[in-house]
Write a protein that binds this ligand. Structure first.
Ligand SMILES: O=P(O)(O)O[C@H]1O[C@H](CO)[C@@H](O)[C@H]1O
Ligand SMILES: O=c1cc[nH]c(=O)[nH]1
Length: 232
């Protein structure tokens, strides 16, 4: 048992799928895993372990934002020996050609979060995806005929920023979309020498104002999960 996770050692698999929303973790476990077992309910941050294609696999919510995912990633790695952390999240598009329902692999994650500036004494650190997981995701998507896009994303500390035009600067520098966790996940994984990849489904567009319905989100999340499940 760690501070925020009540599982016993051995109850969490080496590979874990990490949505922000704990109810998405419940949906993943009950939709895809054989024999899913709940390992965490502390703070309602549901976590499950089950079997997929004969191998143990886990999923757990991370909550929203860099501080929240950083706490869970730290405990999963240092207290439970997790080695492959795969975020399966939603994101807002910053580019006209990145449409709702598209799937984006975060090759790197820029950030408005101040955590890494504190960590690196004011210098900029570039959090990046694990190359092996990234390459495997491309291979899996090709076999499954799923289209992936990839590039730099922004991990923001704000969902409701004061300046609604602020995204345009990031967009002008090629950032594809915005989430709130990827840079935190990549940084903690790098610190502990384990692997991480963030797979994001576009749920809305800051460029066009388009949004997916809850039902559509479930269908498109399915393609993202289909890729993530094969990365073990
Ligand atoms: O759908 P999830 O994984 O929670 O990700 C996105 O959705 C939340 C904001 O609504 C933030 O956590 C953001 O990163
Ligand atoms: O962090 C997020 C996620 C989805 N859409 C946004 O605009 N921001």
């Amino acid at each position: 048992m760690s501070v925020h996770i009540e599982a016993q050692m051995g109850e969490i698999a080496e590979t874990i799928l990490l949505p922000g929303d704990p109810l998405r973790a419940k949906w993943i476990a009950h939709t895809y895993f054989e024999d899913p077992k709940l390992f965490n309910d502390v703070r309602g941050m549901l976590g499950y372990t089950g079997i997929y294609k004969g191998k143990p696999i886990s999923t757990m919510g991370t909550g929203m934002g860099v501080p929240s995912i950083s706490i869970y990633a730290h405990e999963l790695i240092t207290e439970y020996g997790v080695k492959n952390l795969i975020r399966v999240g939603s994101a807002g598009s910053y580019q006209k050609e990145i449409k709702v329902r598209d799937i984006v692999l975060a090759m790197a994650a820029s950030s408005t979060s101040g955590i890494n500036r504190l960590r690196f004494n004011g210098a900029d650190y570039a959090p990046t995806a694990d190359f092996g997981l990234f390459q495997k995701a491309l291979e899996v998507a090709k076999i499954k005929n799923i289209t992936l896009k990839a590039g730099n994303v922004l991990t923001s500390d704000e969902f409701y920023g004061d300046d609604v035009e602020a995204y345009k600067k990031w967009s002008a520098f090629g950032v594809l979309c915005v989430d709130m966790e990827s840079s935190g996940l990549y940084t903690i994984a790098a610190k502990h020498k384990v692997k991480a990849l963030s797979i994001l489904t576009i749920s809305d567009s800051l460029v066009t104002g388009e949004r997916t319905t809850a039902e559509e989100r479930e269908t498109t999340f399915k393609e993202m999960i289909d890729v993530a499940l094969e990365l073990t």
